[in-house]
Each structure stands twice: as C-alpha cells, then as structure tokens.
Design a protein around this ligand. Structure first.
Ligand code: G1P
Ligand code: ZN
Length: 581
C-alpha cells in the first residue's frame, strides 16, 4: 500500500487513496483495487449558473482547462451522495460527449460513487435517462446535452443533474451547485484507463463499477407498457404511413427499435436515424423552420398520414398530419382529452400542468374533465413536484415539450406514440382530430415569435422598458380591425410551488386582455449566444366557423400591439422573427 501523501494543490500531485481523510479511498482499498486519486487544483469559474435546463455553453468553453471538472465536482459536493450510490450517465451523442463521459466516470470513482450505469456509446436520450434513473432507483444522474442547440466543435455542449425521481434538479439544488462552482479550489479524479463505451458489460474502475447498458431497451419496454402496441401495429399494417425525423440526433436508435422493429413500420419510416456528432450540420430542433425536410415530406402531394420529429436529446416532439401542423399547446390538449384511449392512462388523469406561456387549450380540457390545471414557469423542472405529489399526470410546454408522470422529463417519442395510439383508436386523420377538438373546446389560436441572437443589452433594455409600463397598462384600449383589445391585467409572472413553497420570480411579462387574449414577453434561458426574445401570442376563438383561420392572420393585431409596446424595431433593428411557431 502506498503511503499517504499530502495533496499538493498547486501541482495536482497524485495522492495515495489510503488517505483516511478521503472515506471513499477506504472503499477502494477494501475491494483490493488500489488506485490513485488526483486532487487537481482549479480556480473557480463564475459563469457556471445552470439555466432553464442545466449548464449550457459553447464546446470551446467546456473544453477550457478544468471547466467541466469544476462543474462536475460542484455537483458531487452538492448532492453529497452516500458512498456506494448508483448514478446514471449518458448524453445525446453530440461532439465531445464521449470525452466528457470518460472524465465524469473517473471523477465519479474518485468521489465514492458505487456504480455508474452508462448508456452504450455514451448514449442516453434525456427521457431514457430519466426512465433508467427511476427503474434502477438510482441516486441521480448526469445528462450531457444541449438539447436542440447545434453541435460540433463550434456548437454547444451541456450538462445537467437529475435527482432520484428522474427529473431535473430543482432550483435549490442548482443554486447550491452554482454557489459551490464559484468557490471550489480542487477536484478529484482517478488515474484509470478509459472505459470501452461501445461494449455492453461491467467494468471495474477502482472500487466503482461501470455498467455499460443497452440505452434503448428499458425505455422501449416502458413505452410498450403504456400504449396499445397491438392496435398501432394493426393501424400501420393497414397501410397507414408515417415518417419520423430523428434529425441525426439521439432518437434514431430509439425510433428504429420502437417504430420499425416493434410496431412494424417499414424500414425507412425513420429518416436521419443515424446519430451524428454534429447532427449532420443541422439544428436539431423539431419545428417548422429547422425540421424542413420533414415539413417538405408532409406537405408534398403524396404525404404520409403522420409525421413527427424529435430534438437533439429526444425530449421534444413535433406532430404533423398530412398538410397539417399540430401546435404543441393543442397537442397537449388533444392528448389530455383522449388520454383514456391509451392503456397506461385508461384510469384517467389526475391533473394537467402547463408552463405559463403555453396556451390555455389544456385548461379547457381540464375543466371539462373536472381535474386541476397548474400554470408553472417555463422549464420542465417545475413539473417534478406536482408529479411526485400525484397532482398531475400530463404536462406540457408550448416549446414542443409534452410528457407525463411515466418519467420526469418531457418525452418526444412518448408524445409520438400517444398520437399513434389515438389515431389507431379513432381512425381519423390528424387534422380532423384537431378540428373536432377545437369545435368542442374552442380554439386558442397561438403563435410564438423568436428573435434570436439579439445584443444582450438591447434585449435587457427592451424588457425593462416593458416592465415600467406594466403598472399603467390595465384599462388601456388598443384599437384594431376586428374590435378592441382592452388590457385587463399585467404582471411579471411569479410562481409559488404548491408542494414545497419555493418561490420563482421574474418568469415573463404577461399582458392579458379582457377576453383572455394574451401577449407574453420572455428572454430565453437556454441560449448561448446573445439574447433570444420570445413573444408568445394567444387569442381565443369559440366559434367553429371562425376557427379555421391562419394563426398569423388571426393574431396580427396582437402582434402589432406587441411591437408597439416593446419598441422592438427601434431597440433591436428587427421586424421579422427568426423563428415563428
Ligand atoms: C426553452 C423552452 C422551454 C424548455 C427549455 C428546455 O427554454 O422555451 O419551454 O423547457 O427550452 O427545452 P428557453 O430558451 O425559453 O428558456
Ligand atoms: Zn431537448
């Protein structure tokens, strides 16, 4: 046994793991696998504040010396997992995923982790990671992804910590991680060879076990337990055609296994199904702008019956019918209204939660079902407590995120399968299902306008300019062509979690009209370049005869009011959004 040596914080000298000051070192020796733990000096970083969904930065930032390690050590210090705990680790396969996984494994071994379950090839979609954390009752997990942001050497990278319920860590934990990342002076990492990530099996790393697992099987089994696979197989067998665009991101292997192998969709139904480190140069965000290949297929003369896409890490979804786009807010409402058609939800839903900027379409369904509907800030982490407490079954965000309490992340393929289950049961075209839904519940005409890569200070000033007007706006009338909009109330949205009482403020500026129409302004918390301004627009239309209008046309007056109030053009030089949803 090597004699204990004092860690040298300046040089990052090797330290024998027999040191009694490091309890995990004792474990290593007890298992007879002596291994060196490096205590490496680091200077704290001040910019590791997790955003809407974890820490996201350019790859170039993450690659800076000790940057990743600093954050990961802050996580280990904060979560304080009991020695011997199990963690889950995987990512969306983007550039630098593999390298980061090897580093994290060695740091986990040096921090007393007992077992790490890592997806083969370093792959785990975000919902699959949530599934695995829950299924194997892990202490938590680290997910490497920058979601829908582009990848590659010049692209983005990200990391987030999920707790044992499978969901993103709540703010009190992410705040503590951030605080720790600003004060760290060293991190721990073992000397060990890289793990062969491409072969499933068990590998020892000091006293820690690394289990390289099938990244798809557990998730696919969970899906099969929730949906009527026999009915969907029959639908597809009867000539129903579908196209799923994996956008060269993580869902390729999942979609092939589930849609093509288990449900019998013909080979080729999944397009762009091979995950690539740079997503083929694309922007893996399933919306009408970035999923243009799928959109072209679904609007062609010989379009399939059903189209769908998912994002970089597999938690988002876009649903299309033949020549028809399903707005994500409507998708949540349609799923809620038809939930009992899926075996996993046959007993009914406990409630629904939606993020504040998401349209109130789901509220109308909840009302009719006699279940509660919660309005939370943007970001999936706000749904976790409600699901854990059994208050809601379904959750959704306007940003192409839908999910349920089967995991604690939004889930792209889950939404696709829910739609297929509904289509198999109702045997109507997608468009018809949505039109009938509007006729029954009314239509919340909805659109989101994104202004990307604005100078940060211009965006901040625009928001400040809006904020000072809020107090004077109620009662103000805006003239328009189809009537008048009168402001009922405005606020900067705040939320008190009904379960743990935690308070989140500054979650978006709301301007709500007398008739329930709304304009919401928010700055993105996930971008890595400049600022992204999101303007959310919503108007209610109860009359079925007036529901089949183009959303942009129906919202034109609200769009005008939004521009007027924000002085968008004067302040940013922009008039046209980068992305319209
Ligand atoms: C965006 C979406 C939000 C979603 C998040 C993570 O965050 O708007 O609904 O939860 O990505 O996928 P934002 O960039 O708006 O902060
Ligand atoms: Zn995502």
């Amino acid at each position: 046994m090597s004699l204990p040596k004092e860690p040298n914080a300046t040089t990052g000298l090797l330290v024998g793991c027999g040191l009694s000051r490091y309890p995990f070192g004792i474990d290593l020796i007890q298992q007879g696998r002596l291994m060196n733990i490096n205590i490496v000096a680091t200077t704290p970083f001040i910019d590791q504040k997790p955003g809407t969904s974890g820490l996201r930065k350019k790859v170039t930032v993450f690659k800076a010396a000790h940057y990743l390690e600093n954050f990961v050590q802050a996580v280990f210090d904060t979560i304080d997992a009991p020695s011997g705990s199990t963690l889950v680790l995987g990512g969306d396969g983007r550039y630098w995923n593999r390298e980061a996984i090897q580093v994290i494994l060695k740091m986990a071994a040096a921090n007393g982790v007992g077992t790490v379950l890592v997806g083969q090839g370093g792959i785990l979609s975000t919902p699959a990671a949530s599934c695995v954390i829950r299924k194997y009752r892990s202490f938590g997990g680290l997910i490497l992804s920058a979601s829908h942001n582009p990848g590659g050497p010049e692209g983005d990278f990200g990391i987030k910590y999920n707790t044992g319920n499978g969901g993103p860590a709540p703010e009190k934990i992410t705040d503590a991680i951030f605080a720790r990342s600003r004060t760290l002076s060293s991190y721990r990492i073992v000397d060990a060879p890289d793990v062969a990530l491409d072969r499933q099996g068990s590998y020892a790393m000091g006293g820690m076990m690394v289990e390289v697992i099938d990244p798809v099987a557990d998730y696919a089994d969970l899906m099969e337990s929730l949906f009527d696979f026999a009915a969907i197989r029959a639908l597809i067998g009867g000539g129903f055609r579908l196209c799923f665009d994996a956008m060269h991101a993580v869902t390729g292997p999942y979609a092939r296994e589930i849609l093509e192998r288990r449900l019998g969709a013909p080979a080729g139904s999944v397009i762009n199904g091979v995950p690539l480190e740079d997503f083929g140069g694309g922007h893996p965000d399933p919306n009408l702008t970035y999923a243009d290949q799928l959109v072209a297929i679904m609007y062609a003369n010989d379009a399939p019956d059903f189209g769908a896409a998912s994002d970089g890490d597999g938690d988002r979804n876009m649903i299309l019918g033949r020549h028809f786009f399903v707005n994500p807010s409507d998708s949540l409402a349609v799923i809620a209204a038809n939930a009992t058609l899926a075996p996993g939800y046959a007993a009914g839903i406990a409630g629904i939660a939606r993020s504040m900027p998401t349209s109130a379409a789901a509220d109308r369904v909840a009302e009719k079902l006699g279940v509660p509907c919660y309005e939370t800030p943007t970001g999936w982490k706000f749904f976790g407590n409600l699901m854990d407490a059994g208050k809601v079954t379904l959750c959704g965000e306007e940003s192409f995120g839908t999910g349920s309490s089967h995991v604690r992340e939004k889930d792209g393929l889950w939404a696709v399968l829910f739609w297929l289950n509904i289509l198999a049961a109702r045997r109507l075209p997608v468009e018809e299902i949505v039109h009938r839904h509007w006729a029954e519940f009314g239509r919340n005409v909805y659109s989101r306008h994104d202004y990307e890569e604005l100078p940060s200070d211009a965006a901040a000033h625009l928001m400040a300019h809006l904020k000072v007007q809020l107090a004077d706006l109620p009662g103000k009338v805006f003239g328009d062509s189809s009537g008048n909009y009168r402001v009922k109330f405005c606020d900067d949205f705040g939320y008190t979690d009904p379960i743990d009482g935690s308070v989140s403020t500054g979650q978006g500026l709301r301007i709500v009209m007398d008739d329930g129409s709304r304009i919401v302004f928010r700055l993105s918390g996930t971008g890595t370049e400049g600022a992204t301004l999101r303007i959310y627009l919503e108007a209610f239309e109860a009359d079925p005869l007036r529901q089949l209008v183009d959303a942009q046309q129906a919202l034109a007056d609200l769009i005008g009011i939004a521009h007027e109030l924000s002085q968008l053009k004067q302040r940013t030089g922009r008039e046209q959004p980068t992305v319209i949803t």
